[in-house]
Design a protein around this ligand. Structure first.
Ligand code: G6P
Ligand code: MG
Length: 219
């Protein structure tokens, strides 16, 4: 194994809750109520695709023009950006700082495969941007998760084969994307149906030793 490719929201930091808050308020402003159960479906899904799912859930798919939908997505993003403005390194999820250090010490490459267009600025705020050898630009992708494109692109950008990488995700769509790319998948708190190669309950369980052992066992 030569690289680990990370999802951001829900793996490096708990922005998943900020996304939920911002979507909940946006949905409520157009008469749609969403809860945590529905929110699970939005994890890993791009901004516009998330909006489409919310409109469909509320039976309002045909009520807005493309321009209006873009404005709604922008409204959500404005609230989200206010929520993430005060993120500090303290909001790194447990174990992530030491795990990143272990990877660096062992000379492994580190990549980011997040659907978020706010990804780079969040890495800066968490003070971990320097650890990343590559960041996939989600604006350049033709398909979002669960399509494998984003994780395959991360491996390409690192000049590695998918079989030389591991990917870490907290969303079912993300695990499907990693598996489809032919990368070893690690699920953080994802249901077993997602079929991750290795499941942990929380980021605190991530160590290079454990990851290597599971990675080798699959070969
Ligand atoms: C991640 C999150 C999603 C979010 C998406 C786009 O994948 O899990 O909840 O919708 O990024 O984020 P953005 O910051 O570009 O709106
Ligand atoms: Mg995530």
């Amino acid at each position: 194994m030569q690289a680990v490719v990370f999802d951001l929201d829900g793996v490096l930091t708990d922005t998943a809750d900020y996304h939920f808050k911002a979507w909940k308020n946006l949905a409520a402003s157009i008469g749609i109520q969403i809860d945590h159960t529905f929110n699970e479906q939005l994890k890993g899904i791009s901004r516009m695709d998330s909006l489409e799912r919310i409109l469909e859930y509320g039976g309002r798919s045909n009520d807005f023009t493309l321009i209006e939908r873009e404005q709604l997505a922008e409204q959500k993003n404005e609230e989200y950006r206010l929520l993430i403005a005060s993120i500090t390194p303290r909001e790194l999820l447990p174990g992530i700082a030491s795990f990143l250090r272990e990877l660096k010490d062992e000379g492994l490459k580190i990549g980011l495969a997040s659907a978020s267009k706010n990804g780079s600025s969040i890495l800066e705020r968490l003070h971990i941007a320097d650890n990343f050898d590559t960041i996939v630009d989600p604006a350049k992708l033709s398909k979002g998760k669960p399509d494998p494109e984003i994780f395959r692109t991360a491996a390409d950008q690192l000049n590695l084969l998918p079989s030389e990488c591991a990917g870490i995700e907290d969303a079912v769509a993300g695990i499907q994307s990693i598996n489809g790319a032919g990368i070893f998948s690690v699920g953080v708190g994802v249901p077993p149906e997602a079929k991750a190669d290795w499941n942990v309950n929380a980021t605190a369980e991530l160590t290079l030793g454990e990851l290597m052992a599971h990675f080798k066992a699959k070969k």
